[in-house]
Design a binder for this molecule. Structure first.
Ligand code: NDP
Length: 453
């Protein structure tokens, strides 16, 4: 580690103890940016890096609610307003028992660069709660969402901060929160994205992150004059991102053979076709069941329960060409990365945020595979959220084709920006450096323009 990187990291660790995911995310970016700071002493003098790692505002609050038995429940709510140089804070809300300040700060930090890459005017933020929607009734989810929004609504607004969904927050939760915002504030505005189509949502928003990750893979393959046609793909997760990744892969003639949830994964050597995918969507979005049921329904498939003692995840140890991690952070460790490459995978497009540990990223970069980090590869979700904001401001709704064309155009330009920045700063083919640098320069220049704020 160079003196520059270690001095920044010392500060980050001293000021933000016990936030390992935040340290990990900052470290990855700072390593990429060293060469940029060397070429731009003005960024160093203006302490752009020191400012960019400090959230503009952190809001943390109590979320009390009553369960169906009438018992009092208490959760913790958060919103990290990380950087507003390019526009209103924008980023999802995550409801998951693992949520804490450090995880949300890592996500908010990554969001700043990702949003910059989309070319749309959006700052970066992230929020959520340690509330676990699993096993809760619709009524309990509604009560929680209403209590959460009763506090959050003081801090957000269509020109201030516009949250969206993330893990555990889909159309149902966005609906409950939008209803409560409208009731308390007496305003019908585009304060959240991922809304229902009848009340200001955009076509293609649910599909956008998964579709975008596949479009990004397509762009990376095009640099080698290849396509996704006929490729075998490993997909993790079985939520929003995973489902639409599988759908777009089907459209483009590729075959997905795995899906997972936090209990385990299924391997289906025949591939997940459209009928099976529709069944998964019903299982996960309506019945809210477990992926193990897939292997009971489709006899050629096998279910493997999660075994944390193994030291690696066998999902990543099947023969394939491409991998689309679409569940959560740090789901690919160093051994998994080695297994992937060993089994023939040479395209990794990250639908999830930071799914690969740094030692795993090193394996991908050393082997020279096509590796699209989440910051670039999963930016399609927030890009279409940005398009939803534009449609709300215009009070118009665009067609499916219009939004999908714009999404494809944005994913192409993100790929181009990352590809070119990697080359310009001396590491051709390294999309990690490329995405960090291209995302950073725009925010840094803007912060220079706007003074010390
Ligand atoms: P969902 O809640 O719809 O699905 C998440 C999936 O990942 C579920 O299958 C869930 O299983 C699994 N999962 C969650 N946490 C863990 C864990 N700790 N270990 C193993 N599996 C886990 O979320 P999304 O599909 O929206 O999000 C998936 C990833 O994509 C996240 O990293 C998110 O930050 C990222 N992302 C999402 C965007 C969006 O637009 N939704 C945009 C950009 C990135 P289970 O049901 O058992 O918990």
């Amino acid at each position: 580690m160079s003196d520059f990187v270690s001095s920044i990291m010392e500060q980050v660790k001293a000021k933000n103890p016990a936030q390992p995911e935040f340290h990990q995310a900052v470290m990855e970016v700072v390593e990429s940016l060293e060469v940029v700071i060397d070429r731009h002493p003005e960024y160093r003098n203006a302490k752009i890096l020191e400012r960019i790692i400090e959230p503009e505002r952190v809001i943390m609050f109590r979320v009390p609610w009553l369960n169906d038995q009438g018992e009092v429940q208490v959760n913790r709510g958060f919103r990290i307003e990380m950087n507003s140089a390019l526009g209103p804070y924008k980023g999802g809300l995550r409801f998951h028992p693992s949520v804490n300040l450090g995880i949300l700060k890592f996500l908010a930090f990554e969001q700043v660069f990702k949003n910059s890459l989309t070319t749309l005017p959006m700052g970066g933020g992230k929020g959520g709660s340690d509330f676990d929607p699993k096993g809760k009734s619709d009524n309990e989810v509604m009560k929680f969402c209403q209590s959460f929004m009763t506090e959050l609504c003081r801090h957000i607004g269509p020109d201030t901060d516009v949250p969206a969904g993330d893990i555990g927050v889909g159309g149902r939760e966005i609906g409950f929160m939008f209803g409560q915002y409208k009731r308390v504030r007496n305003e019908f505005t585009g304060v959240l994205t991922g809304k229902g189509l009848n009340w200001g949502g955009s076509l293609i928003r649910p599909e956008a992150t998964g579709y975008g990750a596949v479009y990004f893979a397509q762009e990376m393959l095009a640099t080698r004059n290849e396509t996704l046609e006929g490729k075998t793909c490993l997909v993790s997760g079985s939520g929003n991102v995973a489902q639409y990744t599988v759908e777009k892969l089907l459209d483009l003639g590729a075959k997905s053979v795995t899906l997972s949830d936090s209990s385990g994964y299924i391997y289906d050597p025949d591939g997940i076709d459209r009928n099976k995918l529709a069944w998964v969507m019903e299982l996960k979005n309506v019945r809210r069941g477990r992926i193990s049921e897939y292997a009971e329904q489709f006899k050629n498939a096998t279910y493997y329960p999660l075994d944390a003692t193994m030291g690696y995840n066998p999902l990543w140890d099947h023969k394939a060409d491409c991998a689309f991690p679409s569940a959560t952070q740090n789901e690919i460790n160093q051994q998994d990365a080695k297994n992937l490459v060993g089994k023939g995978v040479y395209v990794v497009s990250e639908g999830a945020n930071m799914p690969t540990v740094p030692e795993g990223v090193e394996v991908f970069l050393e082997k020279g595979i096509l590796y699209g980090p989440g910051k670039a590869a999963n930016a399609g979700g927030v890009a279409v959220s940005g398009l939803e904001m534009s449609q709300n401001s215009l009070r118009l709704g665009w067609t499916r084709e219009e939004v999908d064309n714009r999404l494809q155009g944005i994913m192409k330009s993100i790929h181009q920006a990352a590809f070119e920045a990697a080359e310009r700063f001396g590491t051709p083919g390294n999309y990690v450096n490329g995405a960090n640098i291209a995302g950073f320069i725009k925010v840094a220049d803007t912060m220079m323009d706007q003074g010390i704020v």
